[in-house]
Design a protein around this ligand. Structure first.
Ligand code: HEC
Length: 323
C-alpha cells in the first residue's frame, strides 16, 4: 500500500466513530471502505476461458460484490439480486469476468411476450482518470463502456455518456456464455481489454421479480487491481474522506437537505443507499458543484450552498455511512 493510500485509509478510519462501530453487529459497521473497493484480476498466459465451468476459474480470486437499489432509476428502486460473486482473468488482450448469483428461475428473452422480462447482467467499465464517471451509465464527458447480457439473448457492447445516451460500440463487442447452476446463474463475459480501464461496476436483473428495466441493483465502482501492472490509476483522492459523519448528519438537518432528499421528498434523489453506490469524490462534487452534473430524471433545483471544505467532507462522511 502506498503512503498516500495508507494516509487516506487512516483519515477514513478516523471519521468512523468507534462507539458506533462497536454498537453495530459486524458487517453493518462500514464493512467496506472505498479503499477496499478493489477487484483483483488474475493474469493468464492465454485468452481466459469463456465457459463458466472451466477449471481455470479456480485460479482467480473470488470477490463478493454488494448490489444496491438504484434509487434514481426512472422505474423506481428495487431489484432482487442482492450480491454476486465475481472472478476476473486477464490475458491475451482480453478480460473475462465470471459472475455467479442466485436466481431460482431462468427467465429467457422472448421477443413475442411484451410483459415478460429476461434475467440480465451488465458490466460498466470506467477509463483511467483521477475521477470516476457517474455510476449510472456515465455522464457527458465521462463515458463508460457497457457489456450487457440477457439470458437467451447473448451479449452486446455499448457505450454511454449519461442515461439515455446508449450507443452500440463496435470496438468492444463482448462474448458471453452462461450456465445454470444449482442455485442460479454462472456467466462469463469476455471482451477486449486494455490497462486503460480503471474500474468496473456491475448490475443485475431478475426477470421474474424485477420486471421493468429500471428495477435493477447496481454496485459501486470497483478499482481493478492486477499483480505487476497497477491497472486503474490512482483513485486515492476519489476515495478520500476526512469527515465526521455525526457532524455531517447535523449539517444535513441544519441545511434542510432532507426537504428534497428525505424519505417523503420527491424533488431530489433518495440518498438512502448513497454510501453503497457512490464514492466520496462523487458525493463531494455533487454537493460542491451541483450544476456540474445533473442526476438523470431530476431538474436542476439543487442549491449550491456556501459550505466550507470541512462541512462538505462531514456531509460526505455522513452520506457514505448510508447504505
Ligand atoms: C431544493 C432541493 C434540494 C436541496 C435543498 C438539496 N438538494 Fe441535493 N439534489 C437535488 C436534486 C434535484 C438533485 C439531482 C439533480 C442534480 O444532480 O442536480 C440533487 C442531487 C444531490 C446529490 C447526488 C445524488 C445522487 O444520487 O447522485 C447529492 C449527494 C446531494 N444532492 C446532496 C445534498 C445535500 C448534502 C444537501 C444539503 C446540503 C442537498 N443535497 C440539498 C435537490 C436538492
Amino acid at each position: 500500500m502506498s503512503r498516500s493510500r495508507a494516509a487516506a485509509r487512516a483519515r477514513w478510519a478516523r471519521g468512523l466513530p468507534a462507539l458506533l462501530a462497536l454498537a453495530l453487529p459486524p458487517g453493518l459497521a462500514w464493512a467496506e471502505t472505498p479503499m477496499d473497493r478493489h477487484l483483483p484480476v488474475a493474469l493468464t498466459q492465454t485468452a481466459p476461458p469463456l465457459d463458466p465451468l472451466d477449471p481455470a476459474w479456480d485460479a482467480a480470486p473470488a470477490t463478493t460484490i454488494g448490489l444496491f437499489p438504484q434509487a434514481t432509476a426512472p422505474d423506481g428502486p428495487g431489484g432482487a439480486v442482492l450480491d454476486l460473486e465475481a472472478r476476473l482473468l486477464w490475458g491475451d488482450g482480453r478480460l473475462a469476468l465470471r459472475l455467479a448469483w442466485p436466481d431460482a428461475t431462468a427467465d429467457l428473452v422472448d421477443t413475442r411476450a411484451t410483459h415478460r422480462f429476461a434475467d440480465a447482467a451488465a458490466v460498466q467499465l470506467a477509463p483511467a482518470a483521477p475521477t470516476l464517471p457517474y455510476v449510472g451509465m456515465g455522464e457527458p464527458g465521462r463515458p463508460v463502456a457497457i457489456w450487457l447480457w440477457r439470458a437467451g439473448g447473448g451479449a452486446e457492447g455499448l457505450s454511454a455518456q449519461g442515461f439515455g445516451s446508449l450507443t452500440n460500440d463496435p470496438g468492444s463487442q463482448p462474448e458471453a456464455k452462461a450456465r445454470r447452476t444449482a442455485t442460479g446463474w454462472a456467466l462469463v463475459l469476455r471482451g477486449p481489454f486494455s490497462p486503460e480501464v480503471a474500474a468496473l461496476a456491475v448490475a443485475a436483473w431478475n426477470g421474474s421479480e424485477d420486471g421493468r428495466a429500471g428495477r435493477k441493483r447496481l454496485s459501486a465502482w470497483r478499482r481493478l487491481e492486477s499483480p505487476g501492472a497497477e491497472a486503474g490509476g490512482d483513485l486515492s483522492a476519489e476515495a478520500e474522506t476526512a469527515g465526521d459523519p455525526a457532524r455531517g448528519e447535523q449539517l444535513f438537518a441544519r441545511h434542510g437537505c432532507g426537504a428534497c432528499h428525505g424519505p417523503d421528498a420527491s424533488q431530489g434523489p433518495k440518498l438512502t443507499h448513497a454510501g453503497g453506490i457512490h464514492w466520496p469524490g462523487y458525493l463531494r462534487r455533487a454537493i460542491a458543484e451541483p450544476e456540474a452534473f445533473r442526476v438523470p430524471g431530476f431538474t436542476a433545483v439543487m442549491p449550491a450552498l456556501p459550505l466550507s471544505r470541512e462541512d462538505t467532507d462531514d456531509l460526505v462522511a455522513y452520506l457514505m455511512s448510508l447504505r
